[in-house]
Design a protein around this ligand. Sequence first.
Ligand code: FE2
Ligand code: FE2
Length: 165
Amino acid sequence: MIYQLRTKAAKRLKAIRQGWKEDFYREIRDIAEHPVVLRMKRYPHHGSTNCYQHCINVAYYNYQWCRFFHLDARSAARAGMLHDLFLYDWHTHARKTGDHFHGMTHPGCACRNAKKLFRLNRVEEDVILHHMWPVTLLSLPRTREGWITTITDKYCGACETSRRK
Ligand SMILES: [Fe+2]
Ligand SMILES: [Fe+2]
């Protein structure tokens, strides 16, 4: 009896997760398929993961967490997809440009680039601008979606860095 209930619950959970995956992609599709956003695939990010894949990962966890907590999952996912839209290889950026503060400057750069392509709402702008906290010190997130992104970004970064090729 307990086994049957557990199997039924597992099947139901699997169906919900599959539905959420489809909803997630529908919400970010126009961003994920934009030619400028696709250019993030050219740049390595953490370990063997490129910048585009990292952004998809963050967007996906943002969507799941925010939907679970009844927050603005759509905005969190869309901003997750754009949060690192700086379009350069950060590993060689300081040597090439003299900007030694990529960790602090790239959220602003990503936000400016994102605004050229998409209209951002208050939550989306907050997620992008403050995702690097606490690196950005006094520049704290102002929304719950922004705080969640400070966690999902670091979680995804750690998983990607530790993953074998
Ligand atoms: Fe970032
Ligand atoms: Fe990131």
